[in-house]
Design a protein around this ligand. Structure first.
Ligand code: FEO
Length: 393
């Protein structure tokens, strides 16, 4: 596919990775992804903004046929899905300089062994003149690594935002269909950006003075109506958690599952939404999505070697790392003869700012007293959520 024009002398390049199904050897990509690069041709100089994953260099190479000169390669973020083809581009354009911030420069030297004399470093707010087009570099740290920055193309009112506002969505569309892009963008936020919600708020405020007419991220389609994704980010990062329980669980012989189903039924009766995830078959991205909104996390687990099931350990580690905005958490589950499950799981959730509710752990199959405790837990959750909803915004 050739480069596609998004503004006069501004082109979307890059590769659509239709069949990639895993990112960072961890996160499923049900919709594939793309690696977007951009060519900005000013009256005097030409800049390439980001490159592509090295597995897709041939695609970018083909798109660059006929581009005789690139003066600057702007690298907004060091991760190789964007910078990985930089060595090839530098080889093809031996006069080109790499324009980035000092922190990213160090990372590129470490990870890609780029020669130091190829770099021009830019400070926050620095401008780069391409003739009749001007690039301004806006540091947007921690979306999602410390060196990430965005690039503002003043004359065309276009913001190149790299991973910020991105989505893992393979599509031949240049511009986002808001209906079909919402969930992939939210999922990207959940998996990549959510741990940095407080910094995202600062970066959103920092971008506010720019009269942005298009946002061009480095994965997924572009936004011709910036308010769509800016408002979504604001809601995901700052909105109150919803009247919903995220309930990841594992059950080996059915006891924990009985608890899960009973608690779900009691919660639903009281008007609390529940999203269950059987971790034996659930997809991690769906769990991450649920964590964006849930006011309460209930983890269901049997006891294995006196602790939680290993799949629950993995899910708890991810939930803790993603730092969702849940206000309450607890554990339900079962054991055969003894258990340190609750203590071990609670210790794993140290990054969550949650009130811990009374756990319900049953010995063997649940009895009437266990079901009564579950009913009490459901009452408590419903009351806590109602109190949350009645708070002043
Ligand atoms: Fe898309 Fe953080 O790389």
């Amino acid at each position: 596919m050739k480069g596609r024009k998004i503004r006069e002398n501004v082109y979307l390049l890059g590769a659509i990775d239709w069949n990639r199904r895993l990112f960072d050897a961890l996160m499923p990509l049900p919709d594939g992804t793309s690696y977007n690069a951009y060519l900005v041709q000013g009256s005097q100089k030409t800049a390439l903004i980001d490159t592509v994953d090295p597995t897709k260099w041939e695609v970018l190479q083909h798109q660059l046929e006929g581009v005789a000169k690139i003066d600057h390669i702007v690298i907004q973020h060091m991760e190789q899905d964007h910078s990985g083809s930089l060595p090839f581009v530098l080889q093809r354009y031996p006069q080109a300089t790499v324009v980035t911030n000092p922190r990213c420069k160090g990372m590129l030297i470490d990870h890609l062994h780029i020669a130091e004399d190829r770099f021009i470093t830019v400070e926050d707010g620095a401008k780069l003149q391409l003739g009749n087009k001007t690039l301004t570099f806006v540091y947007t740290p921690w979306v999602h690594l410390p060196e990430t920055m965005s690039t503002w193309l003043e004359e065309d009112r276009v913001l190149f935002s790299c991973d910020f506002f991105a989505s893992h969505l393979a599509t031949s569309d240049v511009w986002a269909n808001e209906t079909t892009t919402y969930e992939p963008a939210k999922r990207y936020y959940a998996e990549i950006m959510m741990p940095f919600a407080s910094v995202i708020v600062k970066n959103l405020a920092k971008l506010k003075p720019y009269p942005v007419e298009a946002i061009c991220p480095s994965h997924g389609p572009l936004y011709r109506r910036p308010a769509f994704i800016l408002e979504a980010y604001n809601e995901w990062a700052t909105g109150e958690p919803k009247n919903m329980v995220c309930l990841p669980y594992v059950s080996m012989h059915g006891s924990t599952e009985l608890l899960v189903h009973q608690l779900t039924a009691s919660l639903v009766e009281q008007g609390v939404a529940v999203q269950q995830f059987d971790l034996a078959v659930a997809e991690l991205g769906q769990l991450a999505l649920s964590l964006v909104d849930a006011a309460t996390i209930v983890i269901g687990t049997p006891t294995v070697h006196a602790g939680p099931h290993p799949s629950v350990v993995s899910a708890a580690f991810i939930a803790n790392a993603l730092k969702p905005k849940a206000k309450y958490a607890t554990v339900i589950g079962s054991f055969g003869w003894g258990s340190k499950t609750v203590e071990k799981l609670v210790a794993m959730l140290d990054q969550l700012k949650v009130e811990l509710l009374d756990p319900v752990m049953c010995k063997g199959q649940p009895r009437a007293a266990d079901y009564a405790a579950l009913a009490q837990l459901a009452n408590t959750i419903a009351a806590k959520h109602a109190a949350l909803a009645s708070r002043d915004p």
